[in-house]
Unconditional design. Structure first.
Length: 114
């Protein structure tokens, strides 16, 4: 019997050894070490989470909230350390998306031709 969790755990360890993961880790540490960047990122994240929660609950998001979120995002992305962290995160996300495409391939093949 195959235990897929053994392979997934191995994949997790391998992911931690990639350049993409290492770059995110370094960028996060850089943001954490900078009090201003950390406060700015925490504010950005709080706004983001609040809007996502409203969306998930089916609540309407006001124009003021959207405008505030956009301004917060612009401020965060204007910070060099946060900008580099977000870029590193995007590269890691692309790698994870590619892994996901490979993992889902057998399921997609099952439905081909239906």
């Amino acid at each position: 019997m195959i235990n897929i969790y053994d392979d997934i755990n191995k994949l997790e360890k391998t992911l931690r050894q990639t350049d993409e993961f290492s770059n995110v880790q370094t960028a996060v540490e850089s943001v954490k070490a900078d009090e201003q960047a950390l406060a700015l990122f925490q504010s950005f994240r709080k706004v983001q989470m609040s809007l996502q929660e409203k969306q998930m609950n089916g609540e309407e998001i006001s124009g003021e909230e959207i405008e505030y979120a956009q301004k917060t995002a612009q401020l965060a992305q204007g910070n060099e350390k946060i900008f580099h962290m977000l870029q590193a995160e995007m590269a890691l996300s692309q790698l994870i998306e590619e892994v996901n495409r490979v993992l889902i391939k057998p399921v997609q093949e099952l439905y081909e031709g239906i």
